[in-house]
Design a binder for this molecule. Structure first.
Ligand code: GLN
Length: 208
């Protein structure tokens, strides 16, 4: 399996490091040809206006949309989640715009630029060894966005105590408002690789 990380701006190196720790071949994506032969893509955190503008300038928007249409797994973290969203409240910035979520940028205000919190994420049971309890996930939020609404095909994976949605999945698309690549907990990357990526792999003609 080979996973690309969009490497235009932001913390792509950290995602590549986690993928390598998990024994997965990982590469930096800067040009459309870098997408050739990939089994999945991560759009990292950073600054979503910059990432969107550079993606547009380098001709990456349409090839990434095509990859999503082919049901390849794509995961956006923080700024990457903003870039993946269909609706960011009317702000004018380039987007991939594929996931049926409404996202608010910088949803946690200026004073609280950054915080960490423990999330309960039932979906991570799928990457927890049998017999072991489901541990909370320490989520790092940095000038983070929030998901304010989800479409009917979107599964909510995690919320804050006040109900704010911070992780969601729509088939082959995964979105997290926080940064799993900045912790030593590899479970979200494992979830992406084994649960989001696998359904797109043909399994003995089962999906015909
Ligand atoms: N605030 C950034 C944005 O709106 C996202 C921050 C991040 O990715 N850590 O693009």
């Amino acid at each position: 399996m080979k996973i690309g990380v969009l490497a235009l701006q932001g913390d792509f190196r950290e995602h590549i490091g986690v993928l390598q720790r998990l024994g997965v071949e990982a590469c930096e994506v800067r040009l459309p040809r870098d997408l050739d032969g990939l089994d999945g893509l991560i759009i990292p955190g950073g600054e979503s206006t910059t990432i969107g503008k550079l993606a547009e300038r380098y001709g990456l928007v349409e090839p990434i949309r095509a990859m999503i249409a082919q049901k390849k797994p794509v995961w956006g973290t923080c700024a990457g989640m903003i870039v993946l969203a269909r609706d960011i409240g009317g702000l004018n910035q380039p987007l991939i715009g594929a996931m049926d979520i409404t996202v608010q940028r910088n949803a946690f205000g200026r004073q609280v630029d950054s915080f960490e919190t423990e999330l309960t994420v039932p979906a991570l049971a799928s990457v927890t060894p049998p017999g072991q309890p489901l541990k909370p996930f320490t989520a790092v939020f940095i000038r983070a966005p929030a998901i304010r609404a989800v479409g009917p095909e979107v599964e909510v994976l995690a919320t804050l105590d006040d109900g704010t949605i911070v992780a969601a999945r729509q088939g082959n698309l995964l979105a997290t408002a926080f940064h799993p690549e900045l912790t030593d907990d590899l479970r979200f990357h494992q979830y992406f690789l084994t649960q989001v990526a696998l359904p797109s792999t043909p399994r003995n003609g089962q999906n015909t």
